[in-house]
Design a protein around this ligand. Structure first.
Ligand SMILES: [Zn+2]
Length: 275
């Protein structure tokens, strides 16, 4: 996926990520969950033939499209607006994936993890903001609150008004194990506030791809094969501008450079669906 000419120079986090992802080897389909800003794109561009950026924010996706429109046009980069709890993809759609700087803002993490994991057939890298890093342990010693750190429940970050959370690492790894992944920690030490966890699916399955839609361009056709309705997980009818779910009677539009699967628009049933 060569689009370095229209990318920003990689920051330190992205360079570290690129080194870790290089061990994955080449992958066909890669998902960046919550990565709509495209910050880490240059980290996986060297290994991914197709990358799919999934994000709730239309603003972030629109800005990324304007910076990387050539990769989008070629079908190397796909931008998808979606709720990470209701992804518009078939099971096992992605060979590899990433969720970085995302988990802290997810309430009900188990539900998000289950839905993201459903679409990953191979390896998955995520960073987990933990609540028992060095500074938190020192603070707990001073205040006698060590028991809170050992509690497997997530903890709100003080001063974040409940919008930012930190997790018990073993609890998160346990949830991932229950979803079918072996996990390993790649961080250099327990004291780091963000722990990088590599997940590897124990039993790989092939995705049950959708039929190639006729009458759509190559980029749309490629994405459409692994895309379903996020509400009913049924198949969609495609053009380059919209994907229509007959079962739900809604249309998911392509606008401002991205596919909008976060907001279905009520659409009339096409005439051929009535025959
Ligand atoms: Zn549907």
């Amino acid at each position: 996926m060569a689009h370095r000419s229209d990318a920003r120079p990689p920051d330190r986090d992205t360079r570290a990520l690129a080194r870790r992802l290089a061990r994955f080897g080449r992958v066909e389909w890669f998902a960046d969950f919550g990565g709509g800003s495209g910050r880490y794109l240059s980290g996986y561009a060297p290994i991914a033939r197709h990358a799919v950026l999934v994000d709730r924010s239309a603003v972030r996706l629109g800005a990324t499209e304007s910076r990387h429109y050539r990769a989008v046009e070629r079908g190397a980069l796909h931008l998808v607006r979606a709720d990470l709890r209701a992804l518009p993809f078939v099971d096992d759609a992605f060979d590899a994936a990433l969720a970085v700087r995302v988990l802290h803002r997810l309430a009900d993490l188990d539900r998000y993890l289950a839905e993201m994991a459903r679409t990953v057939r191979g390896r998955w890298l995520l960073d987990v903001p933990i609540k028992h890093h060095l500074r938190a342990r020192l603070r707990a010693l001073r205040h006698g609150t060590r028991a809170l750190l050992d509690d497997p429940a997530p903890a709100a970050v003080p001063g974040s008004a409940g919008r930012s959370r930190r997790y018990h690492l073993a609890a998160v790894r346990g949830a991932l194990a229950a979803l079918g992944f072996d996990t390993g920690v790649l961080s250099s030490g327990w004291w780091e506030p963000e722990q990088v966890v590599l997940c590897r699916r124990r039993e790989r399955r092939r995705p049950r791809l959708r039929p190639v839609p006729e009458g759509a361009g190559a980029a749309t056709r490629a994405l459409a094969r692994r895309t379903v309705c996020p509400a009913c997980r049924g198949g969609l009818d495609w053009t380059d501008f919209a994907a229509f779910c007959r079962r739900c009677g809604v249309c998911y539009r392509h606008h401002d450079g991205f596919w909008d699967f976060a907001a279905g628009v009520a659409a009339p049933v096409p005439a051929d669906a009535l025959t």
